[in-house]
Ligand binder design. Structure first.
Ligand SMILES: *Cc1c(COP(=O)(O)O)cnc(C)c1O
Length: 402
């Protein structure tokens, strides 16, 4: 079916965005996913649930986040550049929007135990925070290599009362942590909810996470209309699994004159294994519960990825992005490590905001995106998180001893 307006009314009942998405899980998980689909469908329409979520986003997370005019960048590029400030959320990034939404849903389902996976630790911290707030037991799976690289976040999760379990299989990173969390869930679904951290995995996660993150785009839409009197020309966001980007894009899906641009991690170079740009080297495949673009070799083996930002370092991408890309509704650019660092310095020095290394990938391609627009065009860039967590990594990368 042709849907020129984009995927505003997707996924379909089977969780598909065109050929992407779906539910590729062991049979034992199907009843849990069915239960989740039903519970979420009700919660979505339940005013009391939405009110409670809205109250927590306001009073605990600190929403709405500001839309900040980037005066120096605007002058420099001759465009109106606005920054959506997800870096100002409690815990420092957009991930808390989803973690709180899903934790509330778990409570509604009567599930008292939460499991999650984490790569950089950001989703683990957001989940541990939501669990502490709502009195839920929390276990976070994390690759042992990631635990070593992200030791402060491991300690943060423990301070919040979560149990952090190291995963020693495979490459000891995010995909291995996801496998371990899925394994746990198979044997614990009766009392446990699995909070996935991005718009990824089996249906209904890509849809549900998108909906919880769409608060970003809803706020931005109202804010830009108030500030500029019209909708923006371009929305720009970095894309790991794709949750901050789809959260910004989705409320503009039917506004076909608003262009969507995503920035993927170009890592160290274009060779397979050196980056995490699924749209620049990935092919159709099934991975961790869904069909999407996957970075894989000729035998269908998922390959290792690299990015300076742990949050973008994943071999697949949310199915809705795959669909938007094939339809031409969204375009995706590659931003390598060096360019992302340049973007980070640019935003820090010109606007007084040190972005997360993930968000810096969006800033890194800002100049080339501006070049495709007319003078005085309006752009909104999502600053998905703050850079405090990355300071040591940046210093290391640049050879500075702290
Ligand atoms: C995790 C993370 C991302 C990447 O995840 P998405 O689901 O693609 O948004 C981007 N920015 C920050 C700050 C993150 O913590």
């Amino acid at each position: 079916m042709q849907r020129s307006e984009g995927s505003a009314d997707l996924p379909d009942d089977t969780g598909r965005f065109g050929r992407y998405g779906g539910r590729y899980v062991p049979e034992t998980l199907v009843p849990a996913l069915d239960q989740l689909i039903a519970a979420y469908a009700k919660a979505r329409k339940d005013k009391a649930f939405q009110r409670r979520l809205g109250d927590l986003l306001r009073d605990f997370v600190g929403r709405p986040t500001p839309l900040t005019f980037a005066g120096t960048l605007s002058k420099r590029f001759g465009r109106h550049i606005w920054l959506k400030r997800e870096d100002l959320n409690h815990t420092g990034a957009h991930k808390i929007n989803n973690a709180i939404g899903q934790a509330l849903l778990a409570q509604r389902l009567g599930k008292k135990r939460i499991i999650a996976e984490t790569g950089a630790g950001q989703h683990g911290v957001a989940t541990a925070t939501a669990c502490a707030l709502l009195g839920l037991k929390c276990r976070v799976y994390m690759g042992t290599e990631d635990m070593r690289r992200q030791a402060p976040n491991v300690f943060r999760m423990r301070l919040l009362g979560a149990e952090v379990v190291g995963v020693d299989s495979g490459t000891h990173t995010l995909k291995d942590a996801v496998n371990e969390a899925l394994r746990d869930w198979v044997s614990s679904v009766a009392d446990t909810h699995y909070i996935i951290g991005s718009a990824l995995g089996p249906h209904p996660y890509p849809m549900m996470v998108r909906d919880f993150q769409s608060v970003i785009g809803r706020e931005a839409r109202a804010q830009i209309k108030k500030a500029e009197g019209r909708l923006p020309d371009v929305l720009l966001a970095c894309v790991g699994g794709g949750s901050n980007a789809i959260g910004l894009f989705h409320p503009f899906m039917k506004d076909t004159r608003v262009r969507f641009v995503g920035a993927e991690a170009g890592g160290r170079g274009a060779a397979l294994g050196e980056h995490a740009a699924r749209f620049a080297g990935g092919t159709f495949g099934v991975f961790q519960g869904m069909a999407s673009y996957v970075l894989q070799d000729a035998d269908g083996q998922v390959v290792g990825t690299h990015s300076i930002s742990a949050g973008l370092d994943y071999a697949s991408i949310g199915p809705e992005h795959a669909w938007l890309r094939d339809k031409g509704r969204a375009t995706y650019l590659t931003c390598d490590d060096a360019k992302a660092l340049k973007g980070l310095h640019l935003l820090a020095e010109s606007e007084g905001i040190i972005p997360a290394l993930e968000s810096a990938h969006a800033i890194g391609v800002l100049e080339e995106v501006c070049a495709t627009t007319r003078k005085n065009a309006i752009l909104i860039v999502n600053v998905s998180g703050r850079g405090d967590k990355d300071v040591a990594e940046i210093a290391r990368y640049e050879g500075v001893k702290l």
